[in-house]
Design a binder for this molecule. Sequence first.
Ligand code: ITT
Length: 183
Amino acid sequence: MKTHFATSNPGKFKEAKMLFNKNNLELEHYNVDLLEIQTDNVEELALYSVRHAFKALNKPVFVEDAGIFIKSLKDFPGVYSKHACYTIGLEGILKLLEGVEDRSAEFRAVVAYKDAENEKVFKGVCRGNITSQVRGRDGFGYDPIFLPQGKNKTYAEDLITKTDLSHRAQALKQLVDYLKLQA
Ligand code: ITT
């Protein structure tokens, strides 16, 4: 059965579509501005959004919430990742990290899936470091300043690696395995 990805972010849909195609699963884009509540509990937030999306669509659907958490900035921008990207931008983040030795950061993703009978949550984390310059043109958001652990190319310079290893890929692979079992 067809699954829908409720998201306003085409970059996120593109990554999910590639993974679903690879696994012979059908994925449709449900382009919607998700209802979000103010909370720092990402699981609660994702469940709230997916219940709302399911109510509107009445078909199997998932949402995915992600953010980047920078250790030396006490996890900023975290749940404010979207806002920070539009306001201070990548240059603003790099400025905050000027002269800072510990550049470690992690992307976190939570996927919440819902159909008529089931509700499931899956998580993924990808650790790495923030570069000192913007590097690469692919991907979206913070990809040009995120260097995954053990790699020498940012996500924006190597989208193939991202599609395989990212926080989103990890969470979505669990969803794909779950959907295959349901089929
Ligand atoms: P939806 O909620 O509509 O799905 P969104 O863009 O708001 O789309 P998120 O809340 O999941 O998506 O992500 C918040 C921001 O975090 C996002 O706008 C990006 O700036 C950043 N982000 C999330 N995943 C990312 C990734 O894989 N690579 C780079 N930046 C990412």
